[in-house]
Design a protein around this ligand. Structure first.
Ligand SMILES: NC(=O)c1ccc[n+]([C@@H]2O[C@H](COP(=O)([O-])OP(=O)(O)OC[C@H]3O[C@@H](n4cnc5c(N)ncnc54)[C@H](OP(=O)(O)O)[C@@H]3O)[C@@H](O)[C@H]2O)c1
Length: 309
């Protein structure tokens, strides 16, 4: 009989009291074939993922919901075993728009609650993409209402800088439990990570593979990390890949990571990082690749009043 190894994914406690798995499936893709998101979610749940990250602007909530529903129907997981995050898009920042937007996401996801709802960006725009300058402190009141209505268990933000986070934190009745932003070996973000931790806000890493990812050929020349023999040696020492070393580095810094993949073997590979530990010296080696390079600069919002970077 073939018995499948179950990966023990560690958990982090949020200030809301709920626990979040340290590794989740990212689901943003510029291009996807029909069914590809659903398939990725199904492979991920089969592999042991219990945390899935989506957003209304990814236009994939329906497929993500199908994947989840299929796995619940097959008895692989129960709803309460899963941690599902989605995000409020920038054109729904008026307080009164938050609950209707979340209800639309829930309908697409086929869920009656989500685990975490995030303000995707601190900028607000209209459907034409023009800056509407809505204060995210106002948006936050709608987010708090979503918790009170039981539509989401926890609320947080994404792409907020220190100043924005501090102002929101001070005015919030329900504190943001996470800030999701880009963190990886080439963008180590120590200052913002420390600020988050000092405020009991969990820093969550998006684009956790950074320049290691094959999706970033546009950064050729900056991607020395891929060819650097030191990272290769580390990977070889542990019998892991460079991507796994990058993910493990984040986990050891106490940062949950959300790698995206449409490839079954990579989905499995990215979860398989809880059975080894980098030494302090090795953590410093990975950390030394920092070049403060953003893969996701959000330049389309650069002219907005609340552009964070
Ligand atoms: N809040 C925000 O504003 C924001 C912004 C960006 C991203 N995110 C979230 O974070 C998630 C991850 O970020 P991301 O998708 O930009 O970047 P990423 O996860 O760092 O990289 C994804 C790319 O890496 C490839 N890949 C995955 N595993 C690999 C491995 N083991 N070895 C080599 N290549 C591998 C994937 O290819 P294949 O798919 O072909 O396997 C994909 O092209 C997103 O999907 C989304 O959920 C949030």
């Amino acid at each position: 009989m073939c018995s499948k190894m179950v990966v023990q994914v560690s958990l982090v406690k949020l200030s809301s009291g709920y626990e979040m798995p340290m590794l989740g499936l990212g689901t943003y893709a510029r291009k996807a074939d029909p069914g590809q998101f659903r398939q990725a979610v199904e492979w991920a749940i089969d592999a042991g993922y219990r945390h899935i990250d989506t957003a209304s602007c990814y236009k994939n909530e329906e497929e993500i919901g199908e994947g989840i529903a299929n796995k619940i129907k097959q008895g692989v997981v129960n709803r309460q075993d899963l941690f599902v995050t989605t995000k409020l898009w920038n054109d729904c920042h008026a307080e009164a728009e938050v609950i209707p937007a979340l209800k639309k996401s829930l309908e697409k996801l086929k869920l009656d609650y989500i685990d975490l709802y995030l303000i995707h960006w601190p900028v607000s725009v209209n459907v034409k993409g023009e800056d509407t300058g809505i204060d995210h402190v106002e948006t936050w009141r709608g987010m708090e209402e979503a918790v009170k209505l039981g539509l989401t268990r926890s609320i947080g933000v994404s792409n907020f800088n220190e100043e924005q986070l501090e102002r929101l934190y001070k005015s919030a009745n329900i504190k943001p439990v996470v800030n999701q932003f880009e963190i990886n070996p080439t963008l180590t973000q120590h200052k913002l990570v420390n600020f988050c931790k000092d405020h009991s806000i969990v820093p969550v890493a998006y684009t956790p593979l950074g320049l290691i990812s094959e999706a970033r050929p546009e950064f050729i020349g900056k991607d020395v990390i891929k060819t650097d023999p030191k990272l290769g040696e580390l990977a070889q020492k542990y019998g892991k890949t460079q991507a796994q070393i990058a993910l493990r580095y984040l986990i050891q810094r106490g940062i949950p990571a959300l790698p995206k993949s449409f490839t079954k073997t990579r989905i499995e590979e990215n979860l398989n990082i809880f059975d080894f530990e980098l030494t302090n010296t090795e953590m410093d080696i990975v950390d030394s690749y920092n070049i403060d390079h953003r893969c996701v600069p959000g330049t389309v919002f650069a002219n907005c009043k609340n552009y964070p970077f």
